[in-house]
Design a protein around this ligand. Structure first.
Ligand code: FAD
Length: 432
């Protein structure tokens, strides 16, 4: 009999909650990863860099497990078909996972837990992705916060060393199932190919000093780029938070809390993945002009900061946070294109794509979110450029045509677009 530790967004062996509990279960532990056909089939780009990253990371994990006399079971298929196969071929006593808070994952895990119960197998879900999950940080009446500032105050108040203690998995590695190396599918066997993408380093410690002053200037590239590692769990959030505290990096710590805030919101309000948090915003009459959308995607709007941001995204899978806010606001307000179109485009391109933060960021920019910018605050992309990239270093790096007269004319004039947005929003929101 064995216990299975099913890896998903927690691709590491150290300080890993589910793995720790599995190792202490009393049964030998087999680590498993499933390439979920349902998710993979939706990805339009067969050279998707996130799949490449997962594949490379699994190869490393497998090698580490094999050094310890164990291996990694890697499957490809629909989750509801893969599990019965596993149960047939292995005497599984219990399945250990770390909770994934996205609506699709919640539904998938609930279904699996029920199936496993019918087979007399326990299913356990642990907190690992966040310091505080679900309803751990709520208002006095037990309801979830919908505004960040009071949430963060409470989050900080609750934070103590207990929550950041690493799970010492290495002490129990002798409990890993002793098995010969298992087969490992190539990328092409699961329908993908190498992306050629260089991935951001796992080291962020030297970026924290000066973060507060530099973080808003995209040309300085002074942020950590660890989103990808937090997304796939190649870094432990507990270790990362500990480092923020050790360096007294308060601003950066609050950004980690924004991530948890959005995860908490999506868990409590799963409908916000595809609907506005504020229902009235679902009545906005979007123009949804496809040609303009394509120009935005390609970074050809004629607004330097918007175009540079979209080029950075298309070329590297990353975009600076300040610029994400500007391009998102531009799409929703200047072009009056549905935030869901932009959200989907980011989901396809971002290396650090995370449904909760992406939906949160888009709804914030559009004005429809729980703690969003008021609708009448329309970012002026030219003023944003003057403030945050005054020498145009960032713009020239990604959209060099702005150094010459080759740049396209603006797709729409700012003042005109601003008025049009305000009128359209007011109509939907019934405001005078
Ligand atoms: P740093 O500034 O070094 O911050 C460290 C970590 O804190 C980040 O990696 C991230 O995990 C978290 N973080 C920082 N800022 C935010 C924020 N505003 N909201 C939530 N978490 C934050 N972030 C994602 O991780 N995935 C997304 O899909 C995503 N989509 C976004 C879409 C829009 C329209 C906007 C405005 C923001 C989005 N963000 C998203 C938030 C933010 O832009 C990125 O987390 C940040 O730019 C990543 O860069 P970094 O790793 O260098 O961050």
């Amino acid at each position: 009999a064995i216990s299975i530790c099913w890896l998903r967004r927690d691709l590491r062996l150290d300080d890993q909650t589910a793995l720790y509990h599995a190792l202490k279960s009393g049964y030998p532990v087999l680590c498993l990863f499933i390439f979920d056909q349902q998710i993979l089939e939706q990805l339009p780009n067969k050279a998707d860099s996130r799949i490449d990253f997962i594949h490379q990371t699994l190869a490393k994990l497998k090698a580490k497990l094999e050094q310890k006399g164990s291996s990694l079971l890697v499957k490809y298929g629909k989750v509801e078909q893969v599990w019965p196969e596993i149960i047939k071929t292995h005497a599984v006593k219990a399945v250990y996972t770390n909770t994934d808070y996205e609506p699709y994952a919640t539904q998938r895990d609930n279904g699996l837990a029920e199936y496993l119960r019918s087979e007399n197998i326990n299913f356990f879900g642990y907190k690992d992705q966040v310091v505080f999950e679900k309803s751990e940080v709520v208002k006095a009446d037990g309801k979830p916060y919908t505004v960040f500032t009071p949430y963060y105050k409470q989050w900080l108040q609750k934070l103590n060393p207990f929550y950041l203690k690493p799970y010492p998995t290495q002490k129990y590695f002798d409990k890993l199932a002793k098995i010969p190396p298992l087969p490992f599918p190539t990328l092409s066997a699961i329908g993908f190919e190498a992306s050629g993408q260089a991935f951001p380093s796992i080291h962020f410690e030297n970026k924290l000093a000066g973060y507060d002053q530099k973080r808003d200037f995209p040309a300085l590239d002074a942020t950590t780029h660890i989103g990808l590692h937090l997304r796939f769990g190649t870094l432990s959030i507990r270790a990362v938070t500990q480092e923020a505290l050790a360096q007294k990096a308060h601003k950066w710590l609050s950004e980690l809390a924004w991530r948890e805030f959005y995860m908490m919101i999506l868990w409590h309000f799963p409908h916000t993945a595809s609907h506005s948090f504020k229902p009235a915003y679902d009545h906005i009459k979007w123009r949804n002009n496809e040609t303009e959308f394509e120009a935005w995607c390609a970074g050809k709007t004629g607004y330097p900061l918007v175009d540079a941001g979209m080029r950075q995204l298309n070329e590297t899978g990353f975009m600076h946070n300040r610029v994400r806010m500007v391009v998102a606001s531009f799409l929703c307000k200047h072009l009056l294109i549905d935030w869901r179109w932009g959200e989907a485009y980011f989901a396809e391109k971002l290396l650090d794509y995370d449904q909760a933060s992406n939906v949160g960021g888009w709804q914030w920019a559009c004005g429809s979110g729980n703690d969003a910018a008021p609708y009448f605050r329309v970012f002026n992309p030219e003023l944003q450029l003057q403030k945050f990239d005054p020498k145009m270093d960032y713009v020239y790096r990604w959209a060099p045509e702005y150094q010459s007269a080759l740049a396209p004319a603006p797709l729409v004039a700012h003042e005109f677009a601003r008025d049009r947005a305000l009128k359209t929003y007011k109509l939907a929101l019934n405001e005078k």
